[in-house]
Design a protein around this ligand. Structure first.
Ligand SMILES: Nc1nc2c(ncn2[C@@H]2O[C@H](COP(=O)(O)OP(=O)(O)OP(=O)(O)O)[C@@H](O)[C@H]2O)c(=O)[nH]1
Ligand SMILES: [K+]
Ligand SMILES: [Mg+2]
Length: 372
């Protein structure tokens, strides 16, 4: 038996035990520990055999990042990923009725709202992908580097497919449409485990947190808990290495559905119905992708000239300071930065003089004044 099979067997044993255990207050801590054990085993699977050899540590495909954001097309074989890449980006990627037509990662570029979005067509994944089956590990490792996941689903197939793919991605440390739990975690050399909780815990106890720390051999650490975490979320904090990515569920091939079937899909959150090969609702999808990228466009204004409306600097909403803007224009610009003059939503006056920490908004105009 391979080591991956052995690990899978152990995971199965623990899952069986969890299924046998009644869920109540008394078993809560025990269940938490079992979940921690599974998380540790899953990490072993993802990291692969010690010392490398087969493929290395979750390596993705070797495609350079380019553009302002990266969008990954993920899904089972033959759901229409390559068709979608072609109609969205104009880049050729082979389309065929048989499964596993695409065997590598194919990048295309979409220009939208002045931004450049890199879209990646990926091979289909199968169940057990995260455990090293097929090219799944490479696909998921690449998906982890994306700003937005577009999960492509065949609208005529059961919705359980969505849960299966989610499970694969989750097993590789991806968290879709979730935000990280509001927990500060600092390891220390001594002093024991200190947990400061500033709101009532309803989903797990402090005792369970301590037990899970012990399972992870965390002897001394400070925690500040500002949320009401589940056991899984607490384990995520200890595991680290989680990525939180927005995801759009694209229901493709809606041309094959009746109106009644289409209406049922409306209940799925974060979803977007399309037909790739009939080019239905591609505009709607692009708008949604742009929205989920959550970026702002900032226009540069050279002194005494009009702003350059054609070529905005595109920044993630989470990093939209004047300093980030400068760094995108030139690596050394911040060294000669004196102040900036800003027009637009973020400015209190028209214009406002601001420092490098000023937070910009979508469609602001910025002029940089340099030290002399
Ligand atoms: N009816 C219908 N068929 C579609 C649509 N989009 C794609 N197809 C067909 O679905 C089949 C698979 O399409 P691909 O684009 O190769 O799918 P893929 O997901 O890239 O497949 P793999 O690379 O093998 O994983 C082809 O026969 C396409 O013509 C659609 O919107 N409606
Ligand atoms: K195919
Ligand atoms: Mg394909």
């Amino acid at each position: 038996m391979s080591s991956a099979e052995q690990i899978n067997l152990k995971i199965k044993e623990i899952e069986d035990e969890m299924a046998r255990t009644q869920k109540n207050k008394a078993t809560n801590q025990h269940m938490g520990l079992l979940k921690a054990k599974i998380a540790k085993l899953k990490r072993q699977l993802v990291d692969g055999p010690a010392g490398g050899g087969g493929g290395g540590k979750g390596d993705g495909f070797d495609v350079n990042k380019s553009g302002d954001a990266r969008i990954g097309l993920v899904g089972f074989p033959s759901v229409g990923k390559s068709t979608l890449l072609q109609v969205m980006t104009g880049t050729f990627s082979e389309v065929a009725a048989y499964e596993f037509t695409t065997l590598t990662c194919i990048p295309g570029i979409i220009r939208h709202q002045g931004a450049k979005l890199q879209m990646l067509d990926l091979p289909g994944i199968i169940e057990g992908a995260k455990d090293g089956k097929g090219r799944g590990r490479q696909v998921i490792a690449t998906a982890r580097t994306c700003n937005v996941i577009v999960m492509v689903l065949d609208a005529a197939k059961p919705l359980t497919h969505k849960a299966l793919i989610e499970h694969e991605l989750e097993g590789f440390g991806m968290r879709l449409n979730k935000s990280p739990p509001d927990i500060t975690y600092k390891k220390k050399d001594k002093g024991g485990v200190n947990i400061v909780v500033n709101r009532p815990l309803t989903k797990m106890t402090e005792e369970t947190m301590r037990a899970i720390c012990k399972e992870y051999r965390v002897i001394s650490a400070d925690f500040i808990i500002r949320c009401d975490p589940t056991t899984d979320e607490f384990i995520d904090v200890l595991e680290g290495n989680r990525v939180y990515i927005p995801c759009i569920y694209v229901m493709n091939k809606i041309d094959a559905l009746s109106l009644e079937e289409l209406e049922l899909l409306d209940k799925v959150e974060h979803y977007c119905p399309i037909s790739g090969n009939l080019k239905w609702n591609l505009e709607g999808l692009l708008e949604k992708v742009w929205q989920y990228c959550d970026m702002v466009r900032v226009y540069t204004k050279p002194k005494g000239q009009d702003p350059d409306w054609n070529d905005p600097v595109v920044l993630p909403r989470s990093k939209r300071t004047v300093e980030a803007f400068c760094n995108r224009i030139h690596r050394n610009m911040i060294k000669s930065f004196k102040h900036a003059i800003v027009w637009g939503v973020s400015a209190k006056h028209r214009p406002q003089t601001v420092g490098k920490d000023h937070i910009l908004d979508d469609e602001d105009v910025v002029q940089i004044v340099k030290k002399v």
